[in-house]
Design a protein around this ligand. Structure first.
Ligand code: UDP
Length: 243
C-alpha cells in the first residue's frame, strides 16, 4: 500500500517487509530501483514534477527521516515505520551474503567505497563486493561499463540527491543489475568517515539536528525541513498549495 506525502508515494512497509520485497526483486531478475527520500528530497519533488515522477517510478520508496513520518502523520495517513536508507542497506547485506549475490558500491569521495567495502565484508562474512568506484566522475559512460563488467546483482548508488535518482533511472537497464538502491551518504556511514548519530539521538527523532551540528554546511539545505513541515500543515488545513 502506498501513502502519499506531498506527491511522493511511499511504501508503507516495515524494515522486514522492505527486505523481503528487495529479495523478491532479486529473485525476479528484472531491473528495479529503490529510493529513500527524506523531507529535503520530498520538498525538491514538490517543486519539480519530473523528479517527483522519477521517485514514484521506483519499485520501493522508503521513508528516510522522521520528517517524512511526521508529514504523513499530519496528513492523517501515518506510515508504519521509518526505513532509513543506511539501515535498509545494512539489513540487506547478510541477505546478499547468504544468497551469494554480487554487490557494487558506487559513490562518495575516492577511497570511501573501498573502506566501506572492507567494513561490510568484516561484518558480513561471505559478502561478495564485486567492485567499487567513487562518485566524482565526469562521464557516466565508463562508470556504467565498469558496473556492467563487474556483473553486479545489486548496486548501492550513493551520489547524493537528485544525482543518484537520475543516474539510476537513466541507466537502469544498461547496468545489468537487478536492484539499484539510491542511498545518499550511506557509504560514508559504512566507512565511518561520517559518524552516525548515537541510537538514542535517532530514537528521539533528532538525527537531523545531530547532522546539522556535525556538518554546518548543510544548514541552507536543511532549511527545506521547516518549509516542508509548513507546506504539509498548509495542505492539511485545506490550503492545497505545495509551497
Ligand atoms: N557525492 C558523490 N558525487 C557527487 C556528489 C556527492 O559521490 O557528485 C556523494 C558524497 O560524497 C556523499 C553522498 O554523495 O557521500 C551524498 O551525501 P549527502 O550526505 O549529501 O546525502 P544525503 O544522505 O543527505 O542524501
Amino acid at each position: 500500500m502506498k501513502i502519499d506525502v506531498m506527491g511522493v508515494q511511499f511504501d508503507n512497509v516495515t524494515m522486514e517487509e522492505a527486505v523481503a520485497q528487495a529479495r523478491g526483486i532479486l529473485d525476479g531478475g528484472a531491473a528495479h530501483y529503490c529510493v529513500t527520500p527524506n523531507p529535503e528530497i520530498v520538498y525538491e519533488a514538490m517543486h519539480d514534477s519530473s523528479f517527483c515522477r522519477l521517485l514514484n517510478g521506483a519499485a520501493l520508496v522508503l521513508p528516510d527521516g522522521v520528517g517524512v513520518l511526521l508529514g504523513a502523520k499530519i496528513l492523517g495517513t501515518p506510515l508504519r515505520a521509518r526505513v532509513s536508507g543506511v539501515d535498509f542497506a545494512a539489513a540487506l547485506l547478510p541477505v546478499l551474503a547468504a544468497a551469494g549475490k554480487r554487490l557494487y558500491l558506487l559513490g562518495a569521495k575516492p577511497g570511501v567505497a573501498e573502506l566501506a567495502a572492507e567494513k561490510m565484508r568484516a561484518a558480513n562474512p561471505g559478502l561478495c563486493i564485486c567492485g567499487t568506484a567513487d562518485g566524482y566522475f565526469q562521464d557516466e559512460g565508463p562508470v556504467v561499463q565498469a558496473v556492467r563488467e563487474a556483473e553486479a546483482d545489486v548496486v548501492f548508488v550513493c551520489l547524493g540527491s537528485p544525482k543518484q535518482e537520475k543516474f539510476m533511472a537513466a541507466h537502469l537497464d544498461e547496468l545489468g543489475a537487478s536492484l539499484l538502491m539510491g542511498l545518499g551518504g550511506s557509504l560514508d556511514a559504512f566507512a565511518g568517515t561520517v559518524k552516525r548519530a548515537p541510537a538514542w539521538v535517532s530514537r528521539i527523532g533528532m538525527e537531523w539536528f545531530y547532522r546539522l551540528v556535525k556538518e554546518p554546511r548543510r544548514f541552507k539545505r536543511m532549511l527545506r525541513l521547516p518549509k516542508f513541515v509548513f507546506a504539509v500543515v498548509g495542505r492539511r488545513l485545506g490550503g492545497g498549495r505545495h509551497g
